[in-house]
Design a protein around this ligand. Structure first.
Ligand code: PHE
Length: 339
């Protein structure tokens, strides 16, 4: 038995020393020291020994157990250290690795154009006014010199909520609201916002689109001021090399009225965008009709004014060469990411 115990010890120590990880070390522990382990089964043979041999073998067995436990513990520490080092090596951070760039959003092209236009007019001393999208017949038509039976009401197919309330068909009602608020002070404002018309959506129409209204009221304002302001505006927005043309037109709330064209980027060679004419229509304008001033309490004998209204989508389409208005509302990232 003494030999058996000595052999067990040498073999076990050998095994313990070569164990590679904490799992196999634990298996060895169970195999030798466990309830059904080798040491235990050797000790079961103690009964066959002579009584005087028992304490000697018992002591030897205890020593072997203690030595093996010490060997297991030592190997266990080494393995734990190795395993920790391996884990640390695996988790090592490469602080020079380039980071993942978050995707940045893009400004919507309509917002870009809107902000650019606002900046131009703010630079000329205009401030920004606003009005409601749900409007009364009075502000949208009546106070703009379009009485109930006026044929020009047909120029704009309207979306009515009740016979007296509608979605505004243009930003011009903000002219009236501003005059009511500012009277009798001079006015120089632009008013951006959504407008609504009974149109079906196609490449060039949308039932909702954006306009920017302009209004100046003061003593001594002339049609020349209108021409000057809008010429500066067009050249700032489209480029100094572009020409500006004022064409006689009609709006019930301005008199005289003019439509404003900018020369096409094809420089008159004729292209699809200008349909060969060399000119692009971009806005409606005119001197404020004295009847409109009078309805909002301003004295047309004392003050005069000019007004204009432009379509933001149309300007964005011309500026960026966009040929379908629907692209603005579809939120296709392949489109939006280009701006
Ligand atoms: N409100 C007009 C439209 O929607 C544009 C306009 C505004 C014309 C101001 C003249 C003066 O077509």
């Amino acid at each position: 038995m003494r030999q058996e115990l000595e052999r067990l010890k040498t073999e076990a120590i050998q095994e313990i020393q070569t164990a590679g990880d904490s799992g196999s070390l634990n298996e060895i522990r169970v195999k030798i020291l466990g309830k059904k382990g080798t040491l235990t089964s050797i000790l079961r043979g103690m009964g066959r020994l002579a009584p005087e041999e028992r304490p000697i073998i018992g002591e030897l067995a205890n020593r072997v157990r203690t030595e093996l436990e010490a060997a297991l513990e030592e190997r266990g520490k080494t393995i734990a250290l190795q395993e920790q080092n391996r884990r640390l090596a695996q988790e090592e951070l490469d602080i020079l690795l380039p980071g993942r760039k978050p995707k940045l959003g893009h400004c919507h092209p309509l917002q870009l154009v809107l902000e650019e236009i606002e900046a131009i007019f703010l630079g000329m001393g205009f401030s920004i006014a606003e009005g409601p999208e749900i409007e009364t017949d009075y502000y949208n038509f009546e106070a703009l010199n379009l009485p109930k039976d006026h044929p020009a009401r047909d120029m704009q197919d309207s979306l009515y909520i009740t016979p007296e309330i509608l979605l505004r068909t243009h930003t011009s009602p903000v002219q009236v609201r501003t005059m009511e608020k500012m009277y009798p002070n001079p006015i120089r404002i632009i008013a951006p916002g959504r407008v609504y018309r009974r149109d079906s959506l196609d490449a060039s129409h949308s039932p909702m689109f954006h306009q920017i209204e302009g209004l100046a009221v003061d003593e001594g304002i002339t049609f020349g001021d209108l021409k000057g302001v809008l010429t500066v505006f067009v050249k700032k927005l489209f480029g100094e090399d572009r020409q500006v043309r004022f064409r006689p037109s009609f709006f019930p709330f301005t008199e005289p009225s003019a439509e404003v064209d900018v020369s096409c980027s094809c420089a008159g060679k004729g292209c699809r965008v200008c349909k060969g004419s060399g000119w692009l229509e971009i806005l409606g304008s005119g001197s404020v009709n004295p009847a409109v001033l009078k309805m909002s309490n301003y004295d047309p004998e004392r003050v005069s004014g000019f007004a204009f209204g432009l379509g933001v989508e149309r300007i964005a389409m011309l500026k960026y060469g966009i040929n379908d208005i629907r692209l603005f509302y579809e939120n296709d990232l392949r489109f939006l990411a280009q701006f």
